[in-house]
Design a protein around this ligand. Structure first.
Ligand code: SF4
Length: 87
């Protein structure tokens, strides 16, 4: 089991409790863009994304990606793994 403590300790979102990090799936692009702006300056952005992918955190914005974006990334990774196996 991976220890993700360093992600929580370095998280830039801790400085932005005023933002809703678990917006409704139908939230507009502006809402996601505001969250992504914080993520893009976060020192643990890459680790946060991998934590969300590994731990299957489906809801909310993690690592600068929305639920929909992570779903697409999950599919792309799955397809790439399948192609690598069958190559
Ligand atoms: S990448 Fe975004 S959601 Fe993840 S820890 Fe940083 S600010 Fe928070």
């Amino acid at each position: 089991m991976t220890d993700w403590t360093h992600v929580y300790e370095g998280a830039a979102c801790r400085d932005h409790p005023e933002l809703d990090w678990f917006p409704d799936r139908r939230a507009g692009g502006q809402t996601i863009a505001a969250l992504r702006e914080v993520c893009n300056s976060c020192p643990v952005q890459a680790e946060c994304l991998e934590m969300a992918m590994t731990e299957r955190l489906y809801h909310g914005v993690w690592g600068g990606m929305s639920e929909r974006q992570r779903s697409r990334l999950r599919t792309a990774r799955y397809q790439a793994a399948r192609e690598a196996v069958s190559a």
